[in-house]
Design a protein around this ligand. Structure first.
Ligand SMILES: N[C@@H](CCC(=O)N[C@@H](CS)C(=O)NCC(=O)O)C(=O)O
Length: 206
């Protein structure tokens, strides 16, 4: 990779951590630029016009071009590496889990983690408070599906670690921050340990 890589991020976000973890596992140098989303720093006219019109991080900057969406950024970094299966079916299956993460997992587990840990249970709007039980149920359904899948295999696809594992690891390993009770999912917790034991692994707070 010849162009400079810059990650526009909020470090405690799991979506941002996915990108850092992918870069670390592949030993790719990544410059980091922090924004405080609690102060609206990704909603300024400058950020919206230059970095991401969608007003969110992470955004991976490659030279003078920008890739918003965490899983797309991971996919860019991992192109041609062992983190993306060469088999066409396995590649699509990996993407299946990454899309599933964004639709069934992150909107429930990550959102509850943010509401409980950053917004605070007492500061939720009425609309947010009403959504908590459904998000908890959907988050547990996602963890149950992962538990069943991992009861028969060590990794999500292809028999080895891929981006599917990295993208799902990001918010799963901190699901207890939102009181999801990971101890109820023993195959998921073993898989979390397997990810942590990979060479060049970096924790979220590094
Ligand atoms: N689907 C996006 C989600 C990005 C997202 O929701 N980012 C949050 C932090 S995790 C954010 O920037 N929030 C600030 C805001 O919306 O103003 C991804 O995977 O990158």
């Amino acid at each position: 990779m010849t162009e400079k890589l810059v990650l526009h991020e909020y470090a405690v976000s799991g979506n941002c951590y996915k990108v850092r973890l992918t870069a670390a596992l592949l030993k790719l140098p990544l410059e980091r630029r922090e924004y405080d989303i609690m102060k609206g720093e990704t909603r300024t006219p400058d950020f919206l016009s230059k970095v991401n019109a969608n007003g969110r991080i992470p955004v991976l900057q490659v030279g003078n071009r920008f890739i918003p969406e965490s899983n797309a950024a991971c996919y860019y970094l991992a192109a041609g590496s062992g983190l993306i299966p060469t088999d066409r079916f396995d590649d699509a299956d990996m993407l299946r889990w990454m899309f599933w993460e964004q639709y069934n997992h992150e909107p429930n587990i990550a959102t509850l983690r943010f509401w409980m840990g950053w917004v605070g249970p007492d500061n939720l709007t009425d609309a947010q408070r009403l959504q908590v039980p459904a998000k908890r149920e959907a988050g547990n359904a996602a963890l149950k599906l992962m538990e069943e899948h991992l009861s028969a295999r060590d990794w999500f696809v292809a028999g080895h670690m891929t981006l599917a594992d990295i993208c799902l690891f990001a918010y799963t390993h901190v699901a207890d921050d939102a009181d999801f009770g990971l101890a109820d999912y023993p195959h998921v917790t073993s898989w979390i340990d397997r990810v942590r034991n990979q060479p060049n692994f970096v924790p979220m707070d590094a």
